[in-house]
Design a protein around this ligand. Structure first.
Ligand SMILES: [Zn+2]
Length: 178
């Protein structure tokens, strides 16, 4: 799946989760969670040399990771999600930043695994178990991916409309120190 489809899907998923559980906004403001989710949603493809995330300085990390796995190996698993979220937690802790920020990244990462699972290749969710789970609905770069993106855009727009109407758009405001 293309990186922009992954980003779209993570936006939709995180907005949906925050609409369902508005309390989350108190601990990890939506705007911060969204930024980290967008990053998390493209991160797993660091195992692919031509992926969007594997450019520039990231290519060094990508090359190192590719020594340990092929595309959609452990990076595309709950283990990978946990490992990179753990590393992010350590970084946040070191710089004395709120640990809740890692939550958005974790959700974004999961959204990548979920959307890749719509692909025939599937996802190695329970690595090191070898079994891949995929429902073969969408081939990367195909018309079905375009259609999927359009549906996600419409659903996201509806969620934004709902938020503005019933939540007064509070979710989209930067947090203030009361
Ligand atoms: Zn992927």
């Amino acid at each position: 799946m293309r990186h922009n489809t992954h980003m779209l899907f993570s936006f939709f998923m995180i907005l949906g989760i925050y609409e369902l559980f508005p309390i989350l906004n108190k601990y990890d403001p939506f705007i911060y969670a969204l930024i980290l989710a967008l990053f998390g949603s493209i991160f797993p493809d660091i195992d692919h040399p031509r992926a969007y995330i594997s450019r520039g300085y990231w290519s060094i990390l990508s090359a190192a990771i590719r020594k340990t796995t092929g595309h959609r190996g452990w990076t595309h698993s709950l283990f990978g999600a946990g490992l990179f979220t753990g590393i992010l937690l350590l970084i946040l802790w070191y710089f004395k930043v709120s640990l809740f920020l890692a939550f958005g990244f974790f959700l974004g990462y999961l959204s990548h695994l979920i959307s890749d699972s719509l692909n025939p290749t599937g996802v190695n969710w329970f690595w090191p178990k070898r079994k891949r789970y995929g429902i073969g609905l969408i081939r990367t770069g195909s018309r079905s991916e375009d259609l999927f993106a359009v549906i996600i855009i419409i659903l996201t727009a509806l969620l934004i409309y709902y938020e503005v109407l019933y939540g007064h758009g509070d979710l989209f405001l930067l947090p203030t120190n009361q």
